[in-house]
Design a protein around this ligand. Structure first.
Ligand SMILES: *Cc1c(COP(=O)(O)O)cnc(C)c1O
Length: 358
């Protein structure tokens, strides 16, 4: 029997992926030119689906890149000359900061310990900040930032562009995109697709900022915001894109819309509640994130008490449950359980039963 992947990326594939993949093969989609009308129609279809899923304001553009990692770099190159401010509470938010330093930006940071979230009163964004970088769901530690807190930062700081990494929070996180300026994700987490595609959602204000920097500095080459936008106007891409993933994304997003994003959110919360309730009562596990409002519904991280995490992971694996190890220094002490939309309620039931038997 096939295993269920509760890993936080790559993750369990969305249940409809296999059927869509077979259809694409039957239609020879992956041999079609990326300059053809068929590709433009596919891009347009993905664009329409994502707009509906995220309730995007009309001024947003949607670009495709190689990964979310690429968007860390491209967003900093295209949207900043000097001053950035980063909320850092784990490995992924830290990498966004690292990219700013590599690019010689004056990168300011509010850093809190692994496993903690941010109190809004501690966030002090200096005047002149061009980009405020937020990681909505820190995949390494299982800490989320409630979307209300992100919206509150917009009210407090109207000036800087607000960039939100939603890689492991989307499509669950109900962000109001009129309260931010750009967001991005890669598809192998919450969308349950094969890795290798980044999706960058960008508003008009960001495009204006990019235009003001064009010609004054390096703004990101073939994937500069300007060149992506130029191609996007014809539903084209600067280079040959990952058509396989774009095809699967367009179709899976339509499946998610047919199901209803509200239903997906309710199911995510119900499954998360079940997992956290188990961790609370268990004598072998404990939730790593203490503060309830910062406990991620989409990536649940558990401390393993008195036994090596590797032993737990190996026993579960033999039973067909693949859970993630702890991140970095927490590898031996924690497990991470992804609760993405691809994971069904009964699969969480089965996992909890297996955890109880340990
Ligand atoms: C996985 C992840 C990334 C990086 O995604 P890639 O597809 O590997 O570039 C960035 N941010 C977060 C929060 C992630 O979980």
């Amino acid at each position: 029997m096939a295993s269920v992947y509760f890993t936080p990326g790559p993750a369990q594939l969305y249940p409809t992926v296999a059927g869509h993949l077979q259809n694409a093969l039957d239609q020879q989609v992956f041999s079609q030119s990326h300059r053809s009308q068929a590709f433009k129609d596919l891009y347009k279809r993905a664009d329409a689906g994502l707009r509906a899923l995220f309730q995007l304001p009309a001024d947003y553009s949607i670009y495709f890149t190689g990964s979310a990692t690429e968007i860390w770099e491209r967003s900093l190159q295209s949207l900043t000359a000097q001053n950035t401010y980063h909320l850092v509470n784990g490995s992924f938010s830290k990498k966004y900061l690292d990219h700013a330093k590599w690019l010689d930006r004056n990168a300011q940071v509010l850093q809190v310990p692994f496993g903690q979230g941010f109190s809004l009163e501690d966030v002090q964004v200096p005047d002149g900040t061009e980009l405020l970088a937020i990681t909505q769901n820190e995949t390494s530690s299982g800490v989320c930032m409630p979307v209300e807190d992100i919206h509150a930062l917009r009210q407090r700081y109207p000036e800087p562009l607000i960039s939100v990494d939603i890689v492991s929070g989307a499509p669950y996180a109900a962000l109001d995109f009129s309260q931010i300026d750009m967001a991005f994700f890669s598809v192998q987490k919450g969308f349950g697709l094969p890795a290798g595609l980044g999706v960058w959602l960008v508003n008009e204000r960001s495009r204006q900022k990019a235009a003001s920097l064009e010609g004054k500095q390096y703004t990101g080459g073939h994937h500069s915001l300007a060149s992506l936008q130029d191609q996007y106007q014809q539903f084209q891409t600067p280079s040959t894109p990952n058509v396989l993933d774009i095809y699967l994304l367009a179709h899976v997003v339509e499946d998610m819309l047919a199901k209803g994003v509200d239903v997906i959110r309710q199911e995510t919360e119900a499954k998360a509640q079940q997992l956290y309730a188990f961790l609370e009562e268990s004598s072998l596990f404990a939730p790593f994130v203490q503060e309830k409002r910062h406990q991620s519904p989409t990536v649940v991280v558990a401390d393993v008490l008195d036994r090596p995490a590797a032993e737990i992971i190996s026993i579960l694996k033999k039973q067909g449950f693949v859970v993630g190890s702890g991140y970095g220094a927490f590898k031996d002490k924690q497990i991470r359980i992804a609760n993405f939309p691809a994971i069904l309620g009964r699969q969480v039931d089965d996992l909890v039963q297996a955890l109880k038997r340990l």
